[in-house]
Design a protein around this ligand. Structure first.
Ligand code: NAD
Ligand code: UD1
Length: 345
């Protein structure tokens, strides 16, 4: 299939491009590079030995989006492009609603105009709010505490309504749990701008000595050791989940949790990271982060049953691959990262 991947230069999008090319699909990326770099496209080519068509466009630009649909026979889209920093979305709500919702609407409009049959959308476990774990696709969605989360719930509704009036369309709304890790080559991975907000990129910066210590947000939650529990999923497993969704969905709207079904606490993750990478991650317990919930993990039986997809990689691989990417990310300019990562294994 010819698949348009919006946000394909980003963290999850780039890994999904690798999985799509390896599965034999033709990939067309649309990304404005507001949170990614053009050389990621070259790295995808290097990993897959394949071809990729890249458009540097903003997907809120309707004319630019339509040009892609008019130029290529698009069979399906995977819509990753979006702004994703929860804290920033509270400070700049309009930017988040504009970027994340206008992009979804323009893409839906183009799919309708050009008769595109398949739509895969990047949603988030954040739409479950503070439900009781494990989260199941049939649960009623609870209000999220931030505009970012609202854009995910609203985009799900927009896509659902578009598919209702275009019965030839199939849509997969994929609710990601906590993606971590990197492609095993060490060539692509998660490289947030500035100080990371999320746990794994923060841990790798501490291990590298670029940040002094990890601040653990609370140890008084009703969890195994008092620290927050999340369902971490290797980004390559997540990427493969998208390929499975594209292949399997029939007409209508289908919602899937993409997680492992296993909860891991902050301190458990720190311990596994230290052991897997023979390194140290100093930490200090501080107050809870506002808006955090105690536990978040998935019921993954629907994706297993209907998509035949299950996460294969465990916490040790997630920690190992995140660390390899972090350690060698600065070497990329000298293009010897691949050699270094290969030696590492
Ligand atoms: P990312 O920031 O690495 O990738 C998003 C990409 O979209 C970037 O390359 C950015 O340049 C591009 N982009 C943003 N707005 C654009 C626009 N208007 N036009 C064109 N390109 C644009 O983020 P990611 O972690 O890869 O996340 C991908 C998607 O998955 C996002 O929609 C995000 O909300 C969702 N998601 C991510 C997580 C996570 O933990 N990373 C969890 C749940 C859901
Ligand atoms: C965060 C977002 C969520 C988004 C998800 C994507 C918030 C409030 N929520 O979720 O909407 O969908 O990222 O991956 O930002 N932690 C620390 N110290 C740190 C960082 C995190 O102790 O420096 C803890 C957190 O309290 C949490 C766990 O680590 O218990 C995971 O945090 P994080 O990686 O930020 O992900 P989420 O909170 O699940």
């Amino acid at each position: 299939m010819n698949i348009l991947v919006t946000g394909g230069a980003g963290y999850i999008g780039s890994h999904t491009c690798v999985a799509l090319i390896e599965a034999g699909h033709t990939v067309i990326v649309a990304d404005n590079l507001c949170n990614s770099k053009a050389d990621t496209i070259d790295k995808i080519k290097q990993i897959t030995n394949g071809k990729i068509i890249f458009y540097k466009i903003d997907v809120t630009d309707e004319i630019a989006v339509n040009t892609i649909f008019a130029t290529h026979q698009i069979d399906g889209i995977i819509h990753f492009a979006g702004l994703k920093a929860v804290g920033e979305s509270i400070e700049k709500p309009l930017e988040y609603y504009y970027n994340n919702l206008i992009s979804t609407m323009i893409l839906c409009k183009a799919c309708q105009k050009y008769g595109v049959k398949k739509i895969v959308f990047s949603s988030s476990a954040t739409v479950y709010g503070n439900n009781v774990v494990p989260f199941k696709e049939t649960m009623e969605l609870l209000p999220t505490t931030n505009p970012y989360g609202e854009t995910k719930a609203m985009s799900e509704r927009i896509i659902t309504d578009i598919v209702k009036v275009n019965p030839y369309m199939s849509a997969a709304l994929l609710r990601y749990f906590n993606p971590v890790g990197a492609h095993e080559s060490g060539l692509i991975g998660e490289a947030p701008n500035g100080t990371p907000n999320n746990l794994m990129p923060y841990i790798t910066k501490v291990a590298k000595g670029q940040l002094e210590k990890l601040y653990v947000f609370g140890n008084d939650y009703p969890t195994v050791d008092g620290t927050g529990v999340r369902d971490y999923i290797h980004v390559m497993d997540l990427a493969e989940g998208h390929v499975a969704a594209l292949n399997c969905i029939s007409e209508g709207v289908h919602i899937y949790n993409l997680g492992t079904g296993q909860g891991t606490s902050v301190l458990q993750l720190v311990k596994v990271f230290e052991k897997a990478n023979a390194t140290e991650v100093p930490y200090e317990i501080i107050n809870r982060r506002p808006g955090d919930i105690a536990e978040c993990y998935a019921n993954v039986s629907k994706a297993a049953k209907e998509l035949g997809w299950k996460a294969k990689r465990g916490i040790v691989e997630m920690c190992r691959d995140a660390w390899i990417f972090e350690k060698y990310s600065e070497l990329s300019k000298e293009s010897d990262i691949e050699v270094a990562a290969t030696k590492e294994r």
